[in-house]
Ligand binder design. Structure first.
Ligand code: PLP
Length: 398
């Protein structure tokens, strides 16, 4: 083969999620859209706030069309970064420096840029907490490092002891994602404090900082309590944010990286981020959407719809006998496969036209992910199918 074999393998092998989604399309054509219960994709089902459309129209109606569609600075428009930093400070009381922020094409770009900026040797290790977003492995390996997964504690929480043991002198960064995809779990403040403590101790022990990469596409989707400001817990934090879920704009590819001004060698790290952005071709994030987020940064799509979906699904599925960790955020439920075999359970669910993603690619065996960013109506219609599935495993309910 003349091309890059690793890239070929990535391109040729569709992700399990995409496979299921394609299968769903075929089933819908065969048995009718309303009879397939597709919980495979994390595509927001709630429209963007109405202010998004209003702001877009205002921007498009503005005077300087060439500037609107033109290149911004490589790291993003300064005014946009200043506004985001100001809003963050108002919300969390923590001041980012706009000169340490980089506008990107969503969280995927934020992560891959950050990892490429940090990794410098093939011995480098990036630690993350299972279950995790499968692309962490792809991004980490492409950056030239090894991904190390920490198995979860009860309730899919952070396992402190396993975390401590996973850190070595080769650990360069830890990726944390709360609210979590695929579990919907939101790590509690005490846990984040503990993670920070362990990182601080280990960084001191090895005499070099371990960066904390906080992947936050679901920060605005917290149903109980408030989202946390990770840089206020741990100095060496880099926030990777995205508007894909918060404003229901996944197709527009907009987000940012914010290096904490308190981080070790923050300016050098930021320059490495600018370099990685340049090397990867991620410069000048889409300008129309940079200006849009300047206007709409503080808004969120109507998360009450997700909350109602969560309440209904979690309530009914646990009543039927299934078990899931309590999902306080995002729009996912991570349900235990009653047989312990995720693939078998996902295949069994398919027989009732329920499409749920087996958990192996999330680094955690024996679960399926249910993405409940779907219409409330579909959830209601799926209930008899879930009842039949439950009957298979737990028998008929009295
Ligand atoms: N990180 C997590 C945990 C995600 O779930 C996703 C997308 O689903 C991403 C990153 C990538 O987000 P984006 O669409 O903003 O690139």
């Amino acid at each position: 083969m003349i091309c890059n074999e690793k890239m070929y393998a990535l391109g040729a092998k569709r992700s399990v999620i995409r496979e299921l989604f394609e299968y769903g399309k075929q089933r819908k054509a065969a048995v009718g859209e309303e009879n397939v219960f597709d919980f495979s994709l994390g595509n927001p089902s709630v429209p963007p706030p109405k202010e998004v459309k209003e702001a877009l129209l205002r921007l498009l109606d503005g005077e300087n069309e060439t500037a609107l569609h033109g290149y911004t600075s490589a790291q993003g428009d300064k005014g946009v970064r200043e506004t985001i930093a100001k809003n963050y400070e108002k919300a969390f009381g923590f001041a980012f420096d706009p000169d340490l922020m980089y506008m990107t094409c969503g969280a995927a770009a934020s992560l891959t840029i950050t990892l490429n900026a940090i990794v410098s040797s093939e011995k480098d290790e990036i630690v993350t907490f299972a279950p995790f977003f499968p692309e962490y492995r792809v991004f980490t390996e492409k950056a030239g490092a090894k991904l190390v997964a920490v198995p979860p504690a009860e309730g899919l929480d952070v396992n402190e002891e396993a975390f401590r043991l996973s850190l070595t002198e080769n650990t360069r960064a830890v990726i944390i994602n709360s609210p979590n995809n695929p579990s919907g779990v939101v790590y509690k403040e005490e846990k984040i404090r503990k993670v920070a403590e362990i990182l601080k101790e280990t960084s001191e022990k090895f005499g070099r900082p371990i960066y904390l990469i906080s992947d936050e596409p679901y920060r605005a989707l917290v149903f109980e309590g408030k989202p946390l400001c990770l840089p206020s817990f741990y100095r060496d934090t880099i926030v990777c944010y995205s508007y894909s879920k918060a404003l229901s704009l996944p197709g527009e590819r907009i987000g940012y990286i914010a290096v904490s001004p308190l981080a070790f060698e923050a300016k050098d790290l930021y320059l490495a981020i600018c370099g990685a952005g340049r090397a990867l071709g991620y410069v000048c994030a889409p300008s129309l959407f940079q200006y849009l987020v300047r206007e709409c940064d503080t808004m969120t799509s109507d998360i009450e719809i997700y909350r109602a979906n969560r309440d209904k699904l979690f309530g009914r599925l646990t009543e039927m006998g299934f078990s899931c960790a309590y999902p306080s955020g995002a729009f996912y439920l991570f349900m235990k496969a009653p047989s312990g075999d995720a693939n078998e359970f996902s295949e069994e669910a398919k027989k009732f036209d329920i499409l749920v993603v087996p958990s192996d690619s999330f680094g955690c065996e024996g679960y399926v992910r249910i993405a409940y960013c779907v219409s409330p109506d579909m959830i209601e219609r799926s209930m008899p199918a879930f009842e039949k599935l439950a009957e298979k495993y737990f028998g008929k309910r009295k």
